[in-house]
Design a protein around this ligand. Structure first.
Ligand SMILES: O=P(O)(O)OC[C@H]1O[C@](O)(COP(=O)(O)O)[C@@H](O)[C@@H]1O
Ligand SMILES: [Mg+2]
Ligand SMILES: [Mg+2]
Length: 335
């Protein structure tokens, strides 16, 4: 079968031996995420027609006003993952704490845990701009059969078994890695099947796009300010183009295809940055590095950070390797 016409299901079966832990569960887990993504995609596409936009009327542990679609997406992914008996624990941006799941035998015999940002780019839901879902998969570190603990979730990004995202955009794509490169699948909405449309995705080493919320400029560290001035200076192939969608998944997806860097630095409003290490930065970093890009906190690899809290935030610089290197050069001047 021609590579590009392969379905996600066929790809998963074929690549099964590629998974770090060649077990049926991981492929069934990726398949579960595919199913949930289709349900969320259907709702995202109805956002203008049914009452699924606007605030839900509650705040999450991050102190953010939950949007109705945040809650719908969270419920959908949670129910799908719980009912499929593959994972022993789930942590979500929308849940204060992680949840543990017992198998049919009422024991904790499943070996994978999932961390998820069910709806990324919440500020864009009501204005018909691309949003996404981000997921990160680990093998538990506590003994199989014993109760899941926070230690199973506080693992560095380098321990991820798989990670990926769904982008609900002009088309809906599922992009994921199991540590053997990055592959992108586009949904044919007419028949509800994901097809391999972007095999072996690669981050260009260089780019001319930088993505940052420049509204926070005055609060940025001096190294970031200097790097942005470098991007804007009339030299070589600069000034670069500034493109910021406000949905992490969409900004990084575009930069992975075209070349570019995404930055969410610290600021007075976000002393540790805004993005969460476990279910935003680590999975996007795994994707970026597997595609030949880089992901840093401004000084070192994101995936080497040893987490201390479920919802901890970190500064995030992610994209074309030469651009991340240059940004780190400017940051290093002020340590
Ligand atoms: O509006 P800001 O402060 O620029 O933040 C935008 C960033 O915040 C996020 O929306 C955070 O994700 P959530 O929408 O999942 O909370 C990112 O997707 C995006 O890159
Ligand atoms: Mg997010
Ligand atoms: Mg979110």
């Amino acid at each position: 079968m021609e590579e590009r016409n392969k379905t996600l299901g066929e790809f998963i079966i074929e690549k099964q031996e590629d998974f770090k832990y060649s077990s049926g569960e991981l492929s069934r887990l990726i398949n579960s995420i595919r199913l949930a993504a289709k349900v969320v995609n259907y709702k995202v596409n109805q956002a203008g027609l049914v009452d699924i936009t606007g605030a839900f009327g509650a705040q999450n542990i991050q102190g953010e006003d939950q949007q109705k679609l945040d809650v719908f997406a969270n419920d959908t992914f949670m129910e799908t993952l719980i009912n499929r008996e593959i994972v022993c624990g789930i942590a979500s941006e929308e849940n204060d704490d992680f949840i543990t799941i017992k198998g049919r035998d009422e024991c904790h015999n499943n070996k994978y845990i999932v961390l998820i940002d069910p709806l990324d780019g919440s500020s864009n839901i009501d204005v018909n701009v691309s949003v996404g879902t981000i997921f990160s998969i680990y093998r538990r570190v506590t003994p199989i059969g014993s109760p899941v603990t926070i230690d199973d979730f506080l693992q560095p990004g380098d321990a991820q078994v798989a990670a990926g995202y769904v982008i609900y955009g002009t088309s809906t794509m599922l992009v994921y890695t199991t540590g053997r490169g990055v592959n992108g699948f586009t949904l044919n909405p007419a028949i509800g099947v994901f097809y391999l449309s972007h095999p072996n995705m690669q981050f260009p080493k260089d780019g001319t796009i930088y993505s940052v919320n420049e509204g926070n400029y005055v609060h940025f560290p001096q190294g970031v300010k200097d790097y942005l001035k470098y991007c804007q200076r009339e030299e070589d192939n600069r000034p670069y183009t500034s493109r910021y969608i406000g949905s992490l998944v969409a900004d990084i997806h575009r930069n992975m295809i075209k070349g570019g860097i995404y930055l969410y630095p610290t600021s007075s409003k976000a002393p540790n940055g805004k993005l969460r290490l476990l279910y935003e930065c680590n999975p996007m970093a795994f994707i970026a590095e597997q595609a030949g890009g880089k992901a840093s906190d401004g000084f070192g690899r994101i995936m080497e950070i040893v987490p201390t809290e479920l919802h901890q935030r970190v500064p995030f610089f992610c994209g074309s390797s030469n651009m991340v290197d240059k940004a780190e050069e400017f940051m290093a001047k002020y340590v």
